[in-house]
Design a protein around this ligand. Structure first.
Ligand SMILES: Cc1cc2nc3c(=O)[nH]c(=O)nc-3n(C[C@H](O)[C@H](O)[C@H](O)COP(=O)(O)OP(=O)(O)OC[C@H]3O[C@@H](n4cnc5c(N)ncnc54)[C@H](O)[C@@H]3O)c2cc1C
Length: 380
């Protein structure tokens, strides 16, 4: 599908980010999968090239690119090359905005410049063993103790949990009020901060996912993001862009899986002719192509709306829901059309299949997306 929503600047940025990924990421993928983590150097190199938090103001060392299409390009290109370990979209579009949009000048100046250079790798820690979809059930507490808070609790499934240096952590500041959650910027080298197990996962093997433990961590008062008790509001505010950026990543990855399959079915011969000549193959691919183009058009519209200041959380939930399901379908049909080869690790479609499954769960499950959409339908 032709897309008319990018101009020369976007195309140049896309070309240079794509070249960066081809040079600094794709060749190392197997090594990183084996290690279960990506090296810090890739963040430092990305930082040097201006690919981290490009939206940050120049005063903080950013490029002041106030156009969401650049963040869209980053997430889409990560998907298009099948990358699931190096996550600049998490660092730049999901975590940094909590600090940049709601944090004090002190927090912005202390953390954003080093996050732009890649010296600080960012993560966000909301989920707990007993509180994922139901964040109001969170148990971590941050108790006011004069010039600091005392943070206690456990978080789990935290992306960048091993390589991360700075985490936005959600904790309860008033245990009697369910939604009285506050957000804090917490450094991994503070006393009482412990990383738990490097969790073994079904897919996304080079993305380090871990538990985090906070044992009487002294968090200075100035590391509270915004106003005490308003964390839930900030989290909900951030979720629209988080879900949109996930949807964009899904679309990019689905395109990657589609291309892998297209190439395979053209090469593979069955019953004396290419697999692509079978009507079943053509119909499957036609259906996926149509769904993919619809998804691209929808996410492009949401990006354009975001650029107009319309942060459509329902639209983002719809996009997250349908692109996650689409990605899983493209990966599943892709494996099927590969036959036995699709089950072999040496064929990248098998990795996309395993990697894709999480998209229906993280950043809000598909069921939670449906709840949000349904609420909007019936509250009108
Ligand atoms: C690889 C990975 C990376 C992650 N990265 C991060 C991260 O960086 N930071 C972070 O904070 N979290 C992270 N998460 C956590 C993720 O966001 C949660 O796993 C997710 O929100 C689901 O929560 P849960 O696992 O507790 O499942 P649960 O909430 O227990 O859900 C279990 C099932 O119940 C369903 N369900 C729950 N509530 C309802 C309802 N009201 N109606 C109908 N069905 C419902 C769910 O849809 C799901 O099918 C990550 C998870 C994974 C696996």
């Amino acid at each position: 599908m032709k897309r008319y929503n990018f101009d020369e600047d976007h195309n140049m940025f896309r070309d240079s980010f794509r070249a960066f990924l081809q040079q600094e990421v794709v060749p190392h993928r197997e090594e990183w999968r084996e290690a279960g983590i990506v090296p810090r150097e890739v963040y430092l190199k990305a930082g040097e090239m201006g690919f981290l938090i490009p939206q940050a103001p120049e005063s903080l060392g950013g490029l002041a690119i106030d156009d969401f299409r650049f963040q869209q390009i980053i997430s889409e290109e990560i998907g298009l090359c099948g990358e699931t370990g190096f996550m600049p979209q998490l660092h730049s579009t999901i975590v940094a905005p909590y600090i940049m949009n709601n944090g004090s000048d002190f927090l912005k100046e202390k953390y954003i410049p080093k996050a732009i250079t890649g010296e600080y790798i960012l993560g966000v820690a909301m989920t707990e063993p007993d509180a994922g979809s139901d964040l109001a059930g969170m148990r971590a507490t941050a108790v006011d103790n004069g010039d600091h808070y005392v943070l206690n609790g456990n978080k789990t499934y935290i992306s960048n949990g091993i390589c991360g240096d700075v985490f936005v952590v959600a904790a309860r500041t008033d245990p009697t009020v369910p939604h009285a959650i506050s957000l804090f910027v917490v450094e991994a080298n503070w006393e009482g901060f412990k990383r738990g197990a490097h969790l073994k996962k079904m897919g996304m093997k080079s993305q380090d996912t871990a538990e985090l433990f906070f044992d009487n961590v002294k968090v200075p008062k100035e590391n509270l993001i915004g106003v005490e008790g308003q964390g839930f509001k900030y989290l909900m505010g951030g979720l629209a862009e988080e879900r949109l950026i996930c949807a964009i990543w899904n679309v990019g990855t689905a395109e990657y899986a589609f291309n892998l399959t297209k190439e395979f079915v053209q090469d593979r011969k069955v019953f004396g002719k290419p697999l692509s000549a079978m009507q079943n193959t053509q119909f499957k691919m036609a259906e996926l192509r149509a769904r993919l183009d619809m998804a691209i058009a929808y996410t492009d519209t949401l990006v354009a709306n975001t650029n107009r200041g319309d942060h459509d959380s329902i639209g983002a939930s719809q996009a997250k829901l349908l692109t996650s399901e689409l990605l899983c379908d493209v990966a599943d049909e892709g494996v099927q059309l590969h036959g036995g080869a699709g089950y072999m690790e040496e064929y990248p479609i098998s990795q996309v299949f395993a990697d894709a499954r999480i998209t229906r769960i993280f950043a809000g499950t598909s069921e939670i997306m449906k709840l949000i959409i349904a609420r909007a339908i019936f509250s009108e």
